[in-house]
Design a protein around this ligand. Structure first.
Ligand SMILES: CC(C)(COP(=O)(O)OP(=O)(O)OC[C@H]1O[C@@H](n2cnc3c(N)ncnc32)[C@H](O)[C@@H]1OP(=O)(O)O)[C@@H](O)C(=O)NCCC(=O)NCCS
Length: 341
């Protein structure tokens, strides 16, 4: 790769850059199933102003690498998340300017800016088929945390990259667990029931109080936002969600799962909470529901130190893929597990 001769400056996107962004975006389609440019563009640009559907994304900023003739050579999108992290993506360089250090410049400039803003962690994901992007993050100091097979589409892997300005000094063991210990006398009486906002909000809040231990920034509006998302249908573009609960013969609450289908064929199931038999029923219900809708896999997170819960998930068919360092709260690592359906 040659050294940059472009004399670049790092600037926030302006109205005049939008045509340039629009011509660059189709580049990403080849790495995702279900990628549709016009909607993706609208999401990116409109949500730079306000992300109305996402809870975890607080704001998006688009920054441009501009050359000495004021031309846009590429852009980077910075997605500010709750828990004081930023997700980079997409980053796209004008094909005519590739291999000249523009990508590295965009990442280095972003890291300098985010360090000044005291962001805790920066992360990104790439497709294993995308060698330039994978090499770019590696060479920019990012560490490979987890590889998830067939997350975006068949035959490839999603690589998750992390960058810390300061590594967490202390790692905590979990006090709460998503696996509930009590024994259900009549396990055969357990039933999967659709979430009823009136009757079940208290249960949803209880589950949220469990994961709050390893999420820094969950507030009281989280439950309401999830309930709203469950009323939007199951479209990944609108970030729709499905909530299922498990009840026993006396309508006693025994488990709950929140499922969010993602672009490319995977379904995020998190949190997945309950007694062991309830977890089994939830997973079976989600498998059949999403297989029918054409999805390929489920994935979920556990506190990385919760061995009993991880064991319960693996006995249900999940595979442990590795740990992500402090994704939502400093000192709390999460394990990622997935299950092909
Ligand atoms: C990925 C991308 C942003 C890289 O931008 P770039 O400006 O060409 O990258 P740079 O010139 O700064 O190169 C940085 C490093 O990336 C790697 N790299 C860049 N192009 C590469 C290529 N064609 N093959 C292999 N590695 C490559 C090199 O390791 C390079 O480091 P080096 O200069 O020390 O050798 C660019 O290829 C692109 O826009 N791709 C299409 C969009 C995309 O896939 N974006 C990522 C998804 S979010």
């Amino acid at each position: 790769m040659g050294k940059s001769v472009l004399n670049l400056s790092f600037q926030k996107v302006r109205e005049i850059d939008l045509p340039c962004l629009k011509t660059l975006l189709p580049e990403l389609g080849k790495f995702y199933d279900g990628h549709e440019n016009s909607r993706f563009f609208d999401q990116l640009v409109n949500k730079e102003k306000h992300d109305s559907n996402g809870y975890f994304t607080l704001k998006k900023e688009i920054w441009i690498a501009r050359d000495h003739e004021d031309q846009c050579c590429g852009f980077i999108c910075l997605n500010y998340k709750r828990g004081n992290t930023v997700k980079i993506g997409p980053i796209i360089v004008n094909p005519a300017n590739r291999g000249q250090g523009v990508g590295k410049f965009l990442i280095k400039s972003s890291l300098e800016k985010l360090n000044k803003e005291s962001v805790r962690k920066v992360y990104a994901t790439t497709s294993s088929e995308n060698t330039p992007a994978t090499d770019l993050f590696k060479k920019s100091g990012f560490r490979l945390e987890v590889e998830l097979p067939e997350q975006y589409r068949k035959g490839n892997k999603e690589l998750i990259w992390g960058y810390f300005f300061d590594f967490p000094k202390e790692i905590f063991v979990n006090e709460n667990s998503l696996l509930q210990a009590q024994v259900i006398e009549k396990a055969s009486s357990l039933k999967t029931v659709n979430f009823d906002p009136k009757a079940d909000s208290q249960h949803l809040k209880k589950v949220i109080s469990v994961i709050k231990e390893w999420h820094e920034d969950i507030d009281s509006s989280f439950a309401e936002q999830i309930i709203k998302a469950s009323e939007r249908g199951l479209d990944f573009e609108t970030k729709g969600k499905l909530i299922l609960t498990i009840k026993d013969q006396d309508s006693k609450f025994c488990g709950l799962a929140i499922a969010a289908p993602k672009r490319g064929g995977a379904v995020k199931v998190y949190p997945l909470y309950g007694v062991k038999n309830a977890l089994h029923l939830l997973v079976e219900a989600l498998k059949s529901k999403f297989k029918h809708l054409g999805y390929r896999k489920l994935y979920t997170f556990s506190h990385a130190n919760d061995e009993k819960y991880i064991e319960a998930l693996t006995s249900l068919g999940f595979t442990l893929r590795g740990d992500i360092s402090s994704p939502y709260k400093s000192g709390h690592d999460l394990a990622v597990l997935d299950l092909f359906i």
